[in-house]
Design a binder for this molecule. Structure first.
Ligand code: G1P
Ligand code: ZN
Length: 543
């Protein structure tokens, strides 16, 4: 077995986005593409010599072959040990947990999250830090800088390792521990929640449907929901992970998880429904006849977390990404705890969690999590909901209505305009940013603009500043419009338009969100000139 240095040249565009480097799979499969980026991860984080890593992915097409390359490169770069999920599979939250549990020097996760997978779809690689969380901007910048001067990669020449068999093997000098991807994660969940109370609820006739969307959560959900919590076999559907996710978008939202949505709105619907994404960090929850928006879910989980054993001492604080609705802020105020507004992307929560300033965090994009790991965690959110339902003994609809009555309802929706021309998208955002100083005081759709800015985040822990995180327009009645361009898309640009309106009156909290948000939607189109700038006046995904 020999370690070889292969000459290479920098490859353009290897700049990590909101969550690692994501590209079309054929791009990742080009000669040296993956190799250059992996070498940059090692070089940009002080080298791999003597280090221990976790490695796994969501099982999408190319996951298995990429794992072999990464292992051979880790060995050639001097890594001491790599802990790999069996079959090179690990959900993102399970990888985060393994990094922390084994006190490793970080981990490499192969995933493009909720993006479709397959030979012509998406692939991705991201580096997570020793705290289990995604690398912060300073580190992704360092990795990117390394890609720009890449001239050699290190890789041993060896035959592939059998990753299907649990146990310890050697690759050159390096130890490879192939582990059960589910066991440690399931044990962690059991330590956080009252499984006995949930089992009792299930024994009492409670029914659930979990759509794993042919993605990585299938084995996790089957083990936890069916085996440990006693739900009937078949509770988890689309439970077998497929390399192309069955040709679907493994994205748990009403558009892509419409089969689950339809079932939940039938007369004989289960009591609770949930879905998760490609790599298992996102979740959608839905009650019988009621959809729970992610922003509301965060608020309800925060307000009721004390009902679960892990959080019975209360929350240290709540953090949400800027585009997420202010519903959680109202809960934080009522609980008397700190509330943080961070830029889009889970990496910004890490410092707050590490410093013990917040316990629960969430994003409007179907992401919720807590300080138990440093990633958002789909099954965690589902289990916290189940714990709350078991203790309160009430339906999801009842809990939602009671919540809105107490805190008011933040009507909320996100409109996505996908695959638009990048130049048009940039021009639109530039024009909008240029208009910011003129906006305050403007009357539109019967509302008055109170403030407008391009969001900049000052990290209270390390003092770093992240600018240009999205344009916020706030109205004096509490309504809000946010516009930003996606950092995870792989085709053209995606404009995300976030819309919010606050309704304190309990007699007006049962409207369809699109209807309730009508004036805010019209104001957004008028202020940003969406049709004129990007040539489209309708979003293609509404969540
Ligand atoms: C999207 C979501 C964001 C999430 C990220 C990774 O990023 O909007 O909240 O953290 O995916 O799952 P975006 O494409 O908007 O940059
Ligand atoms: Zn994901």
């Amino acid at each position: 077995m020999t370690s070889t240095i292969h000459a290479t040249t920098p490859i353009e565009g290897q700049k990590p986005g909101t969550s690692g480097l994501r590209k079309k799979t054929p791009v990742f499969m080009r000669p040296m593409y993956l190799e250059n980026f992996v070498q940059a991860i090692f070089d940009g984080t002080g080298g791999a010599q003597g280090k221990t890593y976790v490695l796994g992915g969501d099982g999408r097409y190319f996951n298995d072959r990429a794992a072999q390359v990464i292992l051979k490169m880790a060995a050639a770069n001097g890594a001491a040990r790599v802990i790999v999920g069996q079959g090179a599979i690990l959900s993102t939250p399970a990888a985060s947990h393994l990094i922390r549990l084994n006190q490793t020097d970080g981990g490499i996760i192969m995933s493009a999250s909720h993006n479709p997978g397959g030979p012509t779809e998406d692939f991705g690689v991201k580096f997570n830090m020793p705290n289990g969380g995604p690398a912060p901007e300073s580190v992704t910048e360092a990795i990117y800088a390394c890609t720009q001067r890449m001239h050699e990669i290190h890789m041993i020449t060896a035959s592939d390792i059998h990753l299907d068999k649990i146990g310890r093997v050697r690759l050159g000098e390096m130890i490879v521990d192939v582990v059960d991807p589910v066991a440690d994660y399931a044990a962690l969940m059991e330590s956080l929640f009252d499984f006995r109370a949930i089992r009792a609820m299930v024994a009492g006739g409670f029914r659930m449907r979990f759509d794993a969307m042919c993605a990585v959560t299938g084995p996790y959900a089957t083990e936890i929901l069916e085996k440990r919590l006693g739900m009937e076999p078949g509770t988890v559907i689309n439970a077998t992970p497929l390399q192309d996710f069955g040709g679907h978008h493994p994205d748990p939202n009403p558009t892509w998880a419409h089969v689950l949505m339809e079932e939940m709105f039938t007369p004989n619907a289960p009591d609770f429904g949930a879905a998760s994404d490609g790599d298992g960090d996102r979740n959608m929850v839905v009650g019988r006849n009621i959809y729970v928006s992610p922003s509301d879910s965060l608020a309800v989980l925060a307000a009721n977390a004390h009902l679960a054993p892990a959080y019975k001492g209360g929350l240290k604080g709540i953090a949400r990404s800027m585009p997420t609705s202010a519903a959680a802020d109202r809960v934080a105020k009522a609980l008397g705890v700190e509330c943080f507004e961070t830029p889009t992307g889970w990496k910004f929560f890490g410092n707050l969690l590490d410093a013990g300033r917040c316990t629960i965090c969430g994003e409007e994009s179907f992401g919720t999590g807590s300080d138990h790991v440093r990633e958002k965690d789909g099954l965690w959110a589902v289990l916290l909901w189940l714990n709350i339902l078991a203790v309160r003994g009430e339906s999801v609809a009842h809990i939602m209505h009671a919540h809105w009555k107490r805190f008011g309802r933040n009507y909320y929706s996100r409109h996505d305009f996908e695959a638009i021309d990048t130049r048009h998208a940039d021009a639109m955002m530039s024009a909008l940013k240029a208009s910011i100083p003129t906006l305050p005081g403007t009357e539109i759709e019967g509302m008055s603009i109170a403030s407008a800015d391009d969001f900049a985040y000052h990290d209270p822990i390390d003092g770093s500043v992240s600018r240009a995180q999205g344009v916020r327009i706030k109205f004096d009645d509490g309504s809000r419009i946010v516009l930003r361009l996606s950092g995870t898309g792989t085709e053209g640009a995606t404009l995300r338009l976030y819309l919010e309106r606050y309704e304190p009156d309990a007699t007006k909290q049962d409207l369809d969100p699109q209807e309730a948000l009508g004036p805010v939607i019209r104001a957004a189109h008028a202020l940003a000139g969406i049709k004129e700038q990007i040539g489209r006046d309708r979003p293609n995904v509404i969540t």
